[in-house]
Design a protein around this ligand. Sequence first.
Ligand SMILES: NC(=O)c1ccc[n+]([C@@H]2O[C@H](COP(=O)([O-])OP(=O)(O)OC[C@H]3O[C@@H](n4cnc5c(N)ncnc54)[C@H](O)[C@@H]3O)[C@@H](O)[C@H]2O)c1
Length: 276
Amino acid sequence: MKIGLIGCGNIGADLCIALQKGTIPAEIVALTDVDPARAKVLMRSFQLEAPVCDLEQNASMADFLVECASGDAVKDVVEAAMRHRIDCLIMSVGGLMANPELFQRARESAIQVHLPSGALCGLDGIRSAMEAGLHTVTLTTRKPPKGLAGAPYLAEHGIDLSNLQEPRVVFEGNALEAVKAFPQNVNVAASLSFAGIGPKETKVRIIADPDATTNIHEVVAEGAFGRLQTITENLPSPRNAKSSYLASLSACAHVRAAAVAFQAHAENVTNAASGG
Ligand SMILES: NC(=O)c1ccc[n+]([C@@H]2O[C@H](COP(=O)([O-])OP(=O)(O)OC[C@H]3O[C@@H](n4cnc5c(N)ncnc54)[C@H](O)[C@@H]3O)[C@@H](O)[C@H]2O)c1
């Protein structure tokens, strides 16, 4: 499977490392980044035989697009995938919150927009439970105070976490409000919303905890199926302290599954053509 990579930062590098091991039947054939210098660094570091090019050229060379850039890139990437009738993986899931119509447009174009579980566990159970309906879904994110630094909500509400001695709930609201207040939390809240009852109904609590050493996401959901509770304690990515390693691993696992399915489909087409 030929991958067009959009976004050549931390997750892009982790994907290159996974592909280098040779156990995923896929290769990167084109690189796009708003900062071409970063794409060139990736190309050289991993000795990729892939041009650094714009999104349109990238999509024209690829069987599958992997977006790991930013929420701003999502609409363009999905639209390029639609134009070229190829599937895509969107890591910046929060970018779909601003463009929910893309789901319907992608369905009409008969392409698949793959959403990763990212830095969160339990989305399989949430999706299954939705078949019979969910009453409540709550995400509680617990982070060290420095992990929340710079969030617009803290500045707007004059919340100072510099000398915090004990855990403090700094935000309670729905997922839509949470992503505006704490943009760093956007992908986890968006993934949970899309898997379950949507951004307006999904509740989010954010706790600053001076004793926390990892970013912890707890999901509690109740519905006709019963109750589920998952806790994910995320270590940072080895290359980027701001990003959870599980998010990169989730990108690699999705690409692996997509590549295996692509390969099986290609073999079926070849067998059918040769009458085998
Ligand atoms: N789904 C999840 O759970 C999850 C978890 C972590 C990160 N993410 C998201 O994945 C994305 C990538 O994360 P990362 O850690 O690799 O980030 P990063 O900052 O290390 O790399 C992003 C790269 O994309 C490039 N870029 C930014 N905007 C772009 C655009 N509009 N078009 C093309 N290139 C652009 C940057 O120059 C950079 O090279 C981010 O949006 C991040 O929020 C999702």
